[in-house]
Design a protein around this ligand. Structure first.
Ligand SMILES: Nc1ncnc2c1ncn2[C@@H]1O[C@H](COP(=O)(O)OP(=O)(O)OP(=O)(O)O)[C@@H](O)[C@H]1O
Ligand SMILES: [Mg+2]
Length: 251
């Protein structure tokens, strides 16, 4: 299963989910690869030290003859590998413009490595540009994190429309894996209203697990750790563990 974590809205928990969900699945014994497609390089930075970083996604998508082994980085989590991003990924868009099969680059690349892993995750940037489209074309599933706040669903139509377009032609097999409520605040009526609304709109596609807003989750990237080693008994650790079970069940 190849899962793109996508929402063109910024700051909704894509990267936090990519890191902790992939770590949870690896801890359950799955062989997991996390590809960081966000030019800011957050997922990679929090799991591998920058001085160890092998080639980035930029070269992966532009230097097509470079072997996979030049890109894969082991992490502190057993069974979890990462392909980091660097700021240079922003140049990918410019480089691929006008290229015939630009939207298939990632899919062609992934084809050669997918058998090595049980699960591959893509962390995507907050745009619906060529990088996110590459992820949707290469993925078998998409997971949409939605922040429980005002205007939570704003922009979701554009995302769903893009998913439909990708399904219409380049990737008919693309499935919505689920919608995840993030940054939930149990104390506010607003959060509960938004959650109820999301459940109404998405029905069974909404994951039962909700990710609560927590200081521990916010702090963990600064410590270059997934939540399970940084704060194993926190609500965030428990919730991402639960989410990983739901994801693996849907697989
Ligand atoms: N459950 C949570 N509790 C507290 N803080 C959180 C939680 N989830 C994410 N955050 C924080 O919110 C901010 C945005 O989260 P994150 O980077 O995961 O979102 P994103 O969708 O990847 O953002 P971008 O679109 O910019 O890539 C980060 O500072 C992160 O640490
Ligand atoms: Mg991010």
């Amino acid at each position: 299963m190849i899962i793109a974590i996508a929402n063109q809205k910024g700051g909704v928990g894509k990267t936090t989910t990519a890191i902790n969900l992939s770590a949870a699945c690896a801890m359950a014994g799955k062989r997991v690869l996390l590809l960081d497609l966000d030019p800011q390089g957050n997922s990679s930075l929090s799991l591998v030290h920058s001085e160890q970083i092998n080639g980035s996604v930029y070269e992966l998508l532009t230097e097509l003859n470079e072997p996979w082994d030049n890109f894969i980085n082991k992490t502190k989590v057993e069974n979890l590998d990462v392909v980091p991003s660097r700021i240079s990924l922003a140049k990918v868009e410019a480089k691929l413009v006008g290229d015939f099969d630009a939207i298939f680059r990632l899919r062609d690349r992934i084809e050669k490595i997918r058998d090595r892993y049980d699960l591959i995750f893509f962390d995507t940037p907050p745009t619906l540009g060529i990088i996110t489209v590459n992820a949707l074309v290469a993925a078998s599933h998409v997971l949409i994190p939605i922040q429980s706040s005002y205007f939570a669903l704003e922009g979701t139509d554009d995302l769903l429309e893009t998913i439909e377009k990708v399904r219409a032609r380049p990737n008919p097999d693309l499935d919505l894996l689920g919608v995840l409520v993030t940054l939930f605040d149990r104390r506010t009526a607003l959060s509960k209203d938004v959650e109820a609304h999301i459940r109404k709109v998405f029905g069974k596609k909404a994951f039962k697990t909700v990710i609560t807003r927590s200081v521990r989750l916010e702090e963990s990237p600064a410590h270059k750790e997934a939540i399970f080693s940084y704060a194993p008994r926190s609500s965030g650790a428990e919730e991402y563990m639960k989410l990983s079970k739901e994801v693996m069940r849907r697989a």
